[in-house]
Design a protein. Structure first.
Length: 195
């Protein structure tokens, strides 16, 4: 695993940089936020990195801070969020602001990133809210059913329906789910959906 790349900036483009490390150029895909911190060509740079191994490629992603790299790793762990979408989300601002958006359940902020629709934004918030230590409000799709019932299972069912699952899929995903809060039930259901 290549965790850190330090050297001279050889190429600086809109979505990647090439860093010359002892005569070898490493291409790192970066967010717009990281690119703001990368100096001009010929200057020294240090980027935290993460390598993704695919059947057809070895891809390096660079980050100005460890905080941004950790947020990237959390994002790519979310179902249907790949590295490209994660970088698009990270391009939306500093990591601390994005963490606040997650904590606030701000789906609109996440949807400004290319490739992130309403369903994906809601899934990111549901799956990452607890990881970032937030006490975010329930996403709008879930909260819509709050007036009708305060039963966590009913709220979770409404939330999953709002995420685009069919009634039959929701019943299967919630079958055997345990938890006292709708958020716990939804998190369990989303884990089951990935299997």
């Amino acid at each position: 695993m290549i965790a850190l790349v330090s050297g001279t900036v050889a190429v600086r483009r809109g979505d990647y940089v090439v860093v010359d490390c002892g005569g070898v150029g490493y291409r790192l895909s970066v967010s717009a936020e990281t690119l703001r911190h990368v100096p001009a060509v010929g200057k020294q740079v240090l980027l935290h990195s993460h390598m993704v191994v695919r059947d057809d490629a070895l891809l390096l992603y660079g980050f100005a801070t460890e905080e941004e790299r950790e947020l990237f790793l959390m994002l790519i762990a979310v179902q249907s969020v790949g590295p490209k979408v994660a970088l698009a989300v990270l391009s939306g601002g500093p990591p601390r602001e994005l963490l606040k958006a997650l904590a606030a359940g701000d789906t609109a902020r996440l949807q400004t990133a290319p490739g992130v629709g309403k369903r994906t934004a809601e899934r990111i918030i549901v799956e990452l809210r607890e990881k970032v230590g937030a006490t975010a409000p329930i996403p709008v799709a879930i909260a819509a059913g709050a007036g009708a019932s305060d039963d966590p299972r009913t709220l979770a069912r409404d939330g999953l329906l709002g995420l685009g699952y069919t009634a039959l899929e929701v019943d299967e995903l919630l079958d055997g789910a345990e938890g006292e809060r709708a958020e716990d039930l939804i998190a369990h259901a989303l884990r089951m959906a990935r299997r």
